[in-house]
Design a protein around this ligand. Structure first.
Ligand code: ATP
Length: 307
């Protein structure tokens, strides 16, 4: 029995690792069209989070095409353990910042550091293990709900999977599906809403519990109320934990309490500060905020009018 169980255990490990790397690949696919030029240096070292996850962009220039820069000489520091928002007009390069950090692409010039280590000098798996992403559109495998959450950490127990789903406020919903946690989701499974997908992504992230967290807010997938409920939930999960969390946000109401707000325009940082400081400054952030508040009021008036 002993002789047989050893190779079986081994196979189990291989299977789990394969699944984990498939997940990482899928995340990658979601963020980019896989870029073959990204390679690990032969002398790459594992990333060490000696400062708790400080991210520093130093004079970063990047474009998807050589002659069309998206980020231009961008420098900014995201302090360790803080809640930071990146905002700005559509197409200004917010999601691109995240892709560079994750090394889906490399900078054309300048450098990106995590705790003083250039992301190009560290082992790719250690980099990607340290970062958790809730992308705009969560990739789901054609597999059970349980497995889809489990990918966050293949070593977690089933109880931990359920607990993560509870924390992401999706457990009760899952229990209402035809086969509970055994329900198949993904393209060939049960159709679930954008909000439910995001909550599954959050459950995954809770299981993974990485030191650096990124939320790429969906532009249109979720309505305002669903988005606000999700944000409140994420704040509750992050409370008391020291995690560098970066929110790429379109709706400024969801991030006005951030410790730091970074405002981009055409690939450069134009302002940084708290909501209050930026409102007092009266620049681009105030302009964006005022425009959004006006359109929210109009929406609300329309709704009131219909009632
Ligand atoms: P949004 O607020 O609309 O989500 P964003 O600020 O996050 O936008 P990015 O997604 O970073 O903007 O895109 C910045 C620019 O780069 C856009 O003009 C976009 O069209 C372009 N872009 C993004 N991804 C690619 C890609 N894979 N190949 C070529 N161009 C791209």
């Amino acid at each position: 029995v002993f002789q047989l169980s050893v190779p079986l255990n081994f196979l189990g490990t291989v299977y789990r690792e394969l699944r984990q790397s498939l997940l990482d690949m899928e995340t990658l696919f979601n963020l980019q069209k896989v870029n073959v030029s990204i390679q690990e240096k032969p002398d790459a070292k594992p990333l060490q989070l000696t400062k708790g996850g400080e991210i520093r962009f130093e004079n970063v220039t990047f474009g998807y095409y050589e002659d069309r820069p998206i980020l231009r000489d961008l420098s900014v520091t995201i302090p360790a353990g803080k809640k930071v928002a990146v905002v700005g007009p559509s197409g200004c390069g917010k999601s691109t910042l995240l892709r560079l950090l994750f090394r889906s692409y490399d900078v054309q010039s300048g450098r990106i550091f995590i705790d003083d280590q250039d992301v190009r000098d560290v082992k790719l798996d250690s980099l990607r293990r340290a970062i958790g992403v809730v992308p705009q559109d969560t990739p789901l495998f054609n597999d059970t709900v349980e497995h889809n959450i489990h990918y966050g950490n293949m070593n977690a127990s089933v109880e931990e999977v359920h607990e993560a789903a509870r924390q992401a406020h999706i457990h009760d919903k899952i229990m209402s599906w035809p086969h509970g946690y055994e329900t198949k989701v993904g393209e060939r499974g049960l159709m679930i809403s954008g909000g439910e997908k995001q909550r599954l992504a959050v459950s995954r992230l809770i299981l993974k519990d990485p030191p650096l967290l990124f939320f790429d807010e969906a532009t249109s997938a979720l309505d305002t109320h669903t988005e606000q409920a999700l944000m409140a939930n994420i704040n509750e999960i992050l409370r008391g934990k020291s995690r560098t969390s970066v929110f790429v946000a379109h709706r400024l109401r969801t991030i006005y309490d951030a410790d730091l707000i970074i405002v981009l325009r055409e690939g450069s940082v134009v302002e940084t500060g708290t909501h209050r400081e930026l409102m007092e400054r009266g620049g681009l952030y105030k302009e964006l905020w005022t425009a959004q508040e006006m359109s929210i009021e109009e929406e609300e008036e329309e709704v009131d009018g219909k009632e």
